[in-house]
Design a protein. Sequence first.
Length: 283
Amino acid sequence: MSNNWVLSALILVAAFFLHRSLHLLLRKTLRDRDVARTALSVTSNIVWIFAGILLLNTWMEQLRNLWLSLAALGAGLAIVNKELIMNMAGHFVRMASGGLATGDVIRIANVTGKVLSYDLMNTKILVMGPSGMFTGQVVLVPNNMLITHPVHHLSFTGLYSVEAVRVPVSPDSDIAGHIDALQAAATVVSAPYLKEAQKHFNRVEREIFVGLPTVEPKVFIEPVSEKQVDLVLRLAVTSDSRVALTQEVLRRYYANLKSKGDEGTPDARSDKVERLSAPSEHM
């Protein structure tokens, strides 16, 4: 070990004197200052790189042992604190991406809700139920899930967003009538804010350079099985009132269906009365 220290000191002293000697030599021999500075920079780098290689070769055995010790220590810490490291990594990924903040509505794994707060270890989420209503439950999601699971940002567009309202119907029913009833309900509910929503979506499109769907309500047919067909309504809503608006659409939809059924009921009853009151041909 002592020999290594002596040899290292000799290498550094020799490199220093060589650097100074080259500096004096170049300053005397080269008249052009720009050329002299360039030559001095190149020669200095060569001298010190060569000195560094000699020092590295001198301490190679000790550095190898140190590296192996650090690697073993790092591997042990990684195994013991794997969750801690992954959670901190997820936190820094969130900070670097800048795509998640308090108040955002997200879905990660099987948890959907509003982000209340986050720290180095966890993200606190206020849970939303299947109907979109807040349940009052709070889930602490480990930050490592931000790396291992896709995060669905449901409120990415801000003030207005698009909801998919799914209504199951029977394939044997009057599907066209159901579509008309659902479309009419969505049109009435979304009419007051539809123009503002379209302007908002146009601004978002210009900011993120991505085409967004139109805000006009539209119903799509999605076959599920031989006994069920889903009507999927694309509905623009205000982000802070999505549940109230979708519920209002559903209430109006079922009211429209009921009114259509009631319109046919008196005629059906009068036909039945006429048949019962008509004299029989066999009497």
